[in-house]
Design a protein around this ligand. Structure first.
Ligand SMILES: Nc1ncnc2c1ncn2[C@@H]1O[C@H](COP(=O)(O)OP(=O)(O)OP(=O)(O)O)[C@@H](O)[C@H]1O
Ligand SMILES: [Mg+2]
Length: 316
């Protein structure tokens, strides 16, 4: 299982870090006391600030945080209740920020004391399901062990279920997951992620799973303008900027790219900018005797964008 390589643009709110003890909020009687002691608002504010768009998702996260803060206050007054079910589904097209938001969610749950460690373990079917009889249970249990105290993020969760294959081992993994989601819900939160339509079908065929998911968050596609803004933020985070005329070029690029197959939202923006940086480097490299200024080194020129194959195809 490879470590997830996701990063969130901008600076991170000071984190108590994995394994850091969560402050005991037992004396809190007001919302503000819980917020101050848990420092959870710093994470939510950062998410609001750093992520472009995603208004409905951000609102749902505030709602979930409010639920948990009130649950804390109820607990503090001795009002008995079951740990709220926190398993979630994140649906949306590729590159809409599901993994990024899941990382923030893990931090929020950690700061409010709903998971001990707050780390995120991101897996797909292959990490859970074995090839041979007897392999699946130990594989799934190993992953669950790693995820305990944090969030288990299962990408393209519907691949666990293959109705066309009666003897598919995915079913075994689902059954183990179901047990743990029910019995260890005070120390593990499962997030199932993937395309919306496939996830809906998956839930219809697996009502047991569906009924254990308390929160469904739907990630909308980004608009053209949001994608442009995401590009600006990504570049700024890497100490680059779009020079004169390059922003117009990139806006045109995005319009062309949006119309192409396999468009993957913010991920496609990141990939396009990576290629633009490569072209910028080749351009600067070619002029070996020139003293390169800070301006030269940080600026993406229009040609670095327009050299993309997309423009060539468009002009032919
Ligand atoms: N709203 C946003 N604002 C700024 N950057 C974003 C936003 N959404 C996503 N990104 C960036 O885009 C990239 C892809 O995001 P992420 O991996 O979270 O998407 P995903 O929905 O999990 O995609 P995939 O389905 O491809 O796994 C990351 O580099 C992330 O930092
Ligand atoms: Mg992802």
């Amino acid at each position: 299982m490879a470590a997830p390589l996701y990063s969130i643009p901008g600076t991170s709110a000071p984190s108590p870090g994995a394994d850091a003890p969560v402050p005991d909020m037992a004396s809190a009687r007001t919302v503000n006391e819980v917020l101050a002691q848990s420092q959870v608002e710093a994470v939510i504010d950062e998410l609001d600030r750093d992520l472009v768009g995603l208004a409905p998702v951000k609102q749902r996260i505030r709602d979930i945080a409010a639920l948990l803060v009130i649950d804390k206050l109820r607990l503090n007054l001795g009002l008995q209740a079951q740990t709220p079910s926190l398993h979630m589904s994140f649906t949306g097209n590729p590159g809409t920020g599901k993994t990024t938001v899941a990382l923030r969610m893990a931090e929020i749950l950690h700061r409010l004391g709903y998971v001990r460690k707050g780390h995120l373990v991101a897996v797909t079917r292959d990490d859970l399901v074995g090839q041979y009889i007897g392999h699946t249970a130990p594989k799934t249990r190993e992953v669950l062990k790693k995820a305990m105290g944090g969030v288990l993020f299962i990408d393209e969760a519907y691949y666990l279920y293959r109705p066309e294959n009666e003897r598919d081992y995915g079913q075994e993994a689902i059954e183990i997951l179901l047990q743990v989601m029910e019995n260890q819900r005070d120390d593990l939160v499962v997030i199932l992620a993937g395309y919306k339509d496939r996830m809906d079908t998956f839930f219809q065929s697996n009502p047991g799973l569906s009924s254990r998911i308390a929160h469904h968050l739907d990630f909308p596609d980004y608009s053209h303008d949001e994608l442009l803004l995401i590009g600006d933020r990504m570049l700024a985070g890497m100490n680059y900027r779009l020079g004169a005329g390059a922003r117009e070029a990139f806006a045109e690029y995005l319009s062309l790219r949006l119309a192409q197959p396999h468009f993957a939202n913010a991920r496609s923006v990141r990939n396009a900018l990576d290629r633009a940086r490569l072209r910028q480097a080749s351009r600067l490299f070619a002029d070996r005797d020139r003293e390169l200024t800070r301006e030269d080194l940080t600026t993406i020129a229009p040609h670095d964008i327009r050299a993309s194959r997309l423009f060539a195809a468009h002009n032919n």
